[in-house]
Ligand binder design. Structure first.
Ligand SMILES: [Zn+2]
Ligand SMILES: [Zn+2]
Length: 355
């Protein structure tokens, strides 16, 4: 196979991969999102004493003013590039869970020696693996997300996602490749550590409870309201539930252009790490007026090339300014600490001789 045939085969594989049942864009996740939307639509219409109609439902979940918005058209292009064209390449750039699991097992065996596996009932190991994998994956997501918000050079990449002015289910993949690769690797590392330690303690074969081949808790999120994070449907978890789980409204607040919402709700499915580290903003039960985007900070991207290229240029600018500042500081430090004193003394001696 060569030339266009090979490219077509690779694309076909990537498309099929993108829509497999366990994928975010597979049938279970999309049907689940549709079902939650239907319940949301019916609940709102009933509360207002209005009748239900299929036409009204379709209009409410696919409003043309959102679908045809220039921001949404960029989402579609980035989704195609990230989810289809580059999906296989991302897979090759990640040191995944299994790599790190084996490294951790090798390291622990080297340091502490072999030992017989602990004999716990199977269901307790399965439960522990299910919960710890979710917590580890969520922590890595929270930490990576925090860094991409707080470090100005990294924010340039994450700004692509936040520059969305309207939200659709495709906004999830409105991301810069640098960000995707960083998140993927940190999640692989954190979950690999969990499975490495558990494999060392309980022996090979440690796995979580699964649904569609994924962690059952993460998949439960994905096949219900996971997609509605990027939507205009205000479904808010408040009170204790709002401290444990990220509702769609949590993430809509995260996309708000209002500075009071900046750097809040950085988790993916769980709110626990936001709660623990003080970055949680629990949404109000009733819809809060929110404008999505980055406000006046940057003009919106209107092409996929700009969305991929501009952050790289700005990142290089940050690195250049940082390097120049560091050089200035280190020179000032050398002068202040007398590191250049021998040269100064030599010059003064020479001047005194000449006079
Ligand atoms: Zn963010
Ligand atoms: Zn988002």
């Amino acid at each position: 196979m060569s030339g266009p045939v090979a490219i077509w085969a690779a694309l076909q594989g990537a498309v099929l991969e993108d829509f497999k049942p366990a994928s975010a864009y597979g049938a279970p996740a999309l049907i689940g999102a549709l079902a939650v939307c239907a319940l949301y639509y019916a609940g709102r219409r009933r509360a207002r004493g209005r009748r239900l109609s299929v036409r009204g439902f379709v209009r409410s979940i696919f409003p043309t003013r959102i679908l045809l918005h220039p921001s949404s058209l960029i989402d579609m292009r980035l989704w195609a590039v990230n989810g289809v064209a580059l999906a296989s390449a991302y897979g090759m750039l990640g040191l995944g869970l299994f790599f790190w699991r084996d490294e951790v097992v090798a390291g622990l065996t080297h340091g502490w020696g072999m030992h017989p596996p602990a004999r716990w009932p199977a269901w307790t190991i399965l439960t522990l693996a299910t919960v710890l994998q979710l917590l580890a994956s969520e922590f890595a997501y929270w930490f990576a997300h925090y860094c991409f918000h707080k470090i100005p050079a990294l924010w340039e990449f994450h700004k692509v996602h936040h520059s969305a002015e309207v939200m659709t289910t495709l906004t999830e993949l409105r991301q810069h490749p640098v960000e995707i690769i960083a998140f993927m690797n940190l999640i692989g590392l954190s979950t690999g550590i969990v499975f490495g330690v558990m494999t060392y303690a309980f022996g090979p074969g440690v796995r979580p409870f699964t649904l569609l081949n994924g962690n059952i808790l993460l998949m439960a999120f994905l096949v219900t309201y996971g997609h509605l994070r990027h939507s205009h449907m205000w479904i808010a978890f408040t009170g204790f539930a709002g401290r444990i789980l990220q509702s769609p409204a949590h993430h809509q607040l995260h996309h708000s252009a209002n500075p009071i919402h900046y750097d809040r709700n950085l988790g993916f499915a769980l709110a626990v790490w936001d709660w623990a580290f003080g970055t949680l903003a629990i949404p109000a039960r009733a819809r809060e007026p929110i404008v999505f985007g980055v406000g006046d900070e940057a003009p919106p991207f209107r092409s996929a090339v700009a969305a991929f290229g501009v952050p790289c240029v700005r990142f290089a600018g940050h690195v250049g300014r940082f390097a120049a500042g560091w050089r200035r500081r280190s020179t000032a430090h050398e002068v202040a600490s007398g590191a250049q004193a021998p040269f100064v003394i030599a010059r003064e001696l020479r001047q005194s001789k000449e006079s």
